[in-house]
Write a protein that binds this ligand. Sequence first.
Ligand code: FAD
Length: 476
Amino acid sequence: MLIHTTSEEPEMTIRPTFRPASDVPFEALRLVTGGEVIVPGDAGYEDARRLQNFTFDRRPAAIVRAASTDDVVEAVRFARQYNVAVAVRSGGHSVAGQSVADGALVIDLSAMRAVTIDSRRRRAIVQPGATSGDLAGPAHAYGLALSTGDTASVGIGGLTLGGGIGYMVRKYGLAIDNLLSAKLVTADARVVSASPAENRDLFWAIRGGGGNFGVVTELEFQLAPVGAVLGGVLVLPATREVVRGYLEYAVQAPDELTTIAEISHIPPAPFIPEDRVGELAFAVFVCYAGDPEEGERAIAPLRALAEPIAGFVDQMPYPGMFEFSEPATHPHGGAIRSGFADSFSDAEIDAAIEFGRVATSPFGMVHFRALGGAMARLPADATAFAHRERRYLVAAISLWLDPAEDPAPHRRWMEGLWERLRPATSGVYSNFLEDEGHGRVLEAYPAGAYARLAEVKRRYDPENFFRFNQNIKPAG
Ligand SMILES: Cc1cc2nc3c(=O)[nH]c(=O)nc-3n(C[C@H](O)[C@H](O)[C@H](O)COP(=O)(O)OP(=O)(O)OC[C@H]3O[C@@H](n4cnc5c(N)ncnc54)[C@H](O)[C@@H]3O)c2cc1C
């Protein structure tokens, strides 16, 4: 039976020591959920335990593929009754691999991917297993869009709970800045709503605090009136002057212009001259959400940074922006370190270019996001994500597509690069954190925000039932 409540004081009885999986009658879960329950030995188990990043090789005790909020309630109840640890998965893109855990019950929401558009009110109700692509397509049919991320296959569930930094962050803010309400199943198996009107503490916490407070089963967003954008990529020479010129301009461009840039080797593409493929370059992905003529004027200073090696900028449907990150939608190995920054020294830019040159993978990159605009106009304490005044996000990223490849050289390259970039940074985006230890989780939140999150965690999950995440320890 479901208990719907908006009470702010949950009762808790979870025992902190989890039970060995061999003692747990998972077949009983099959009787109470409408979703599939997959255990080791089942035909679908090997696929179901895989994450987007194939370097994670974890063996959960069972996976329940929830079909509804009721199924999630039953799964949480079951886990409590048998004292099994749970991991929560939506799109499976966790860079920390935390959505699948050894010996745990995975509550897998990947089958809950419905998107309902209310075009009159410009709203979308989205199940957490829907991806950025699942939402962008139907929303575009109504001339609407949500700024989510740069990659179509990333789950709305995980992305939103961390913040959601996308191609329109400067015009429309983070994904969470457009979140109107959410439905969650808490650690004591209650269904609660979080919004500015209900459970406000919880609503604040889930906007940046990750999966610490419950299993989100529904998200309601305000969409923006965006049809076509002026989008594309400018492929520029990777020089210190170009990178510096980009960094200076991109944060003071009109809000309509959001850019993501990377120092990387040029991949083959129809608009790239064949003899330039493989060259080191500085690729600036542009997305102008506004009048295309003004967009051309806004992009002109980037074109003027240097004679472009190649480029493709045109009016395109907003979902067209996802084409540029198509390789990342395939299963891949990945390693990342990242942080927020406000400026870079010449030495840091030079190191970024030098590391770019010797990247061990064709998808080894130094990744820059220029922030500001609408994202910066909310007060830092408006949401648990608090890095609103930061000018840049910078990341050392290596991706590789062949599971047979040895990850060690890629990881070493990424770590060497990060050593050179880290001094420029302070604070980190929780969604770009690998499993880097509690100290790094503390860097994701200013001290005041962390204390407030810990207090909300104490109220909703005092036994830290939801612990496979960038973990907030319950206060006290
Ligand atoms: C290729 C790639 C590109 C990316 N690009 C961007 C980008 O442009 N912008 C950006 O902001 N981020 C980006 N990210 C980071 C991404 O937002 C995070 O990895 C995010 O956690 C992925 O969400 P998911 O649902 O796919 O992942 P999952 O692995 O399913 O979930 C990740 C974690 O989120 C929590 N979680 C997920 N769903 C729920 C739920 N329904 N209820 C409670 N907790 C839940 C759990 O703690 C889980 O461990 C990218 C990641 C990758 C791998």
